[in-house]
Design a protein around this ligand. Sequence first.
Ligand code: SF4
Ligand code: SF4
Length: 308
Amino acid sequence: MSMLAEPTGVPAGYEAYGDDKHARVGFFTDTSVCIGCKACEVACKEWNLIPEDGLVWTGESYDNTSTLGANSWRHVAFIEQEKPLRVGADGELGIDRDGDGDALRWLMSSDVCKHCTHAACLDVCPTGSLFRTEYGTVVVQQDICNGCGYCVPACPFGVLDKRHIPSSPPESLNLVEGLGGKMDGRVWKCTLCYDRLKGGHEPACAKACPTKSIQFGPLDELRERADARLAKLDAEGWNGAQLYGRDPDDGVGGFGAFFLLLDEPEVYGLPPDPVVTTRDLPGLWASTAIAAASVAVGVAAAFFGGRK
Ligand code: SF4
Ligand code: SF4
């Protein structure tokens, strides 16, 4: 089992890379310029050879991906709101106000694994399949994932998911009888394109984004860029603009992939106050150890006391 979450601003395990450590990289997703084209979803699928999701018409939205999952490592949410895009300095409705005061806006946001500073998924993985890379990101090594699924409920964002379709290796590799028909059963999620990073390329989704809503780079630079962008939107009176996951005190020690949202996180299906789900484990183990020691002392006292 890997290291338990520690209350620092540095990802656990990252420092161990020493001289091989790269500057921590991540995403700043600026939803104010997302146009909902889903180019990121498609680029992610193409680069990572992710199978089809079995899309259906949800009937809830023009978004038929619905959620992140084993076969959707990027998900662009579409949210239709009866709210103005901007508000005046006095709180009055802004540029969307028409004659009768009605307003409508679309919120679009490309969600992804947050590559948390303190990632509970790492804490619970018994095989070391989930690991912290030299870029500070969180990756699943598929060849040693045993499909136990402990990480699935551990993630506070519901990112990790088991793949419930056959592995379908190419015919030529299908040497073991029946292998092609077996359920995959392993967990899959965004790797922040670890293979592309190693080759000196930016992640496929950021490369494909036509509006630069998905920005990739060193996390420190992205945070500065996000601060400047938020100040601009505030000055222009954008309604509800806020950063989500930018700061080390944002629940999981700050996200490696953080967002500029135009409403509260829960509107986008994101938890408003995420916590590292393994946060209380050290205390729980300590209590368990004390209780076990008390029982042992009690049994010993009864045994030796009874022999007098
Ligand atoms: S968002 Fe979930 S899967 Fe991604 S690093 Fe954080 S805990 Fe792990
Ligand atoms: S970084 Fe790569 S794996 Fe992650 S969502 Fe983007 S394209 Fe997919």
